[in-house]
Design a protein around this ligand. Structure first.
Ligand code: CUA
Length: 352
């Protein structure tokens, strides 16, 4: 698939600006330049006459009394309405851009990002991992699902004009379509400790075929969903969450994305955040018809492991379009590097 829609050629490349390498970059820069232009225009419009009047109407003799001016309604309405319209235009444009940037497309390639003092880990849908680098295919929509192991970080790719906080205890997302091959900066944009400035990396945009080759060259780890399934068994989640729904906990089949009724009657959407909360703080939202017997897994599983379990639950949910993470993966007994620990110390936390 050829992708050639980058309109950046219309905009003069400003020195000291990062390259425009994503679908957002051009409009983002245009918006920014518009704000700068409006600011300069009104600064001059106010400052120049002020300076002129300052000189023209200066006091010329002792005891000189200026003529009193009571106001000018037309002028006042004009300088209220025009700025109002301009600021509403800025608001509408900014809101549109914001909405686009925070609404990832459904069938985007999903990559997991974990921030940790002081490194960035990434895992691709088929399990390939990398540290402080992110390889992405040209012209494909890429969605980053991110969380932190410790403090707040922020994933900032200047060339893509995307930046999003990476927060412990929740999932945030960011998405983009790379429009230009090359290597770009990756920064942490939230002060996170002594080596914050060293928490940097590279984003490598490759042609789709090259990306596929690259993926093949990286030793494949278990996919997040596969690792999650293993955790699901090793943590004995499957003892209570039976598929037939007759266990002590609700069945998790087809759960993801559905609406769950809670004991207090309120509905809640079974999304990543809900699943995560239910693993770490099971009592927070109890499903109608059940009592909360589940122990917390806080401290027993890392954020990455929680993300894996969530991916597993997602994979047994209704099929997600063509999401590669939900697709069956060919069994290949590859040497497993840093995968999820096979059996965490707690053999069966759900044991009665
Ligand atoms: Cu991580 Cu700053």
């Amino acid at each position: 698939m050829k992708y050639d829609m980058n309109p950046s050629s219309f905009l003069i490349q400003i020195p000291f600006f990062p390259e425009q390498a994503s679908n957002f970059a051009f409009e983002y820069d245009l918006f920014y330049l518009f704000l700068v232009a409006v600011t300069i225009f009104f600064t001059v419009l106010v400052a120049a006459p002020a300076l002129y009047f300052l000189i023209k109407y200066r006091r010329r003799s002792h005891g000189q009394v200026p003529e009193q001016i009571e106001g000018n309604l037309k002028l006042e309405i004009t300088w209220t309405v025009i700025p109002f319209l301009i600021s509403m235009f800025i608001f509408a444009w900014g809101a549109k851009l914001y909405y686009q940037m925070y609404t990832p497309p459904k069938d985007a390639l999903e990559i997991f990002i974990t921030g940790k003092q002081w490194m960035w880990r990434a895992q691709h849908p088929d399990g390939q991992r990398e540290i402080n680098e992110l390889h992405v295919p040209l012209g494909r929509q890429v969605k980053l699902t991110m969380t932190s192991e410790d403090v707040i970080h922020a994933y900032f790719i200047p060339a893509f004009r995307t930046k999003a906080d990476v927060v412990p205890g929740r999932y945030t997302t960011s998405w983009f379509t790379p429009t230009k091959t090359g290597t770009y900066h990756l920064f942490c944009a939230e002060y996170c400790g002594t080596q914050h400035s060293g928490m940097i990396g590279k984003v490598i945009v490759m042609e789709y075929a090259d990306y596929q080759n690259w993926l093949r060259g990286v030793p494949r780890d278990k996919t997040p969903a596969e690792a999650g399934e293993q955790l699901f068994t090793s943590l004995a989640c499957n003892n209570c969450h039976l598929e037939n729904g007759k266990g002590r906990g609700p069945s998790l089949q087809n759960l993801f994305g559905s609406e769950v009724k809670l004991t207090n009657g309120a509905p809640v959407k079974a999304d990543e955040t809900y699943l995560r909360e239910s693993i770490l703080n099971p009592g927070a939202k109890t499903v109608a018809g059940y009592t909360n017997d589940m122990p917390t897994f806080q401290g027993l599983v890392t954020e990455e492991q929680v993300a894996m379990i969530v991916q597993y639950i997602k994979s047994i949910g209704p099929r997600q379009g063509a999401a590669p993470s939900a697709a069956p993966v060919p069994a290949a007994p590859v040497a497993q590097p840093i995968s999820a620990p096979a059996a965490p110390q707690v053999a069966n936390p759900a044991a009665r």
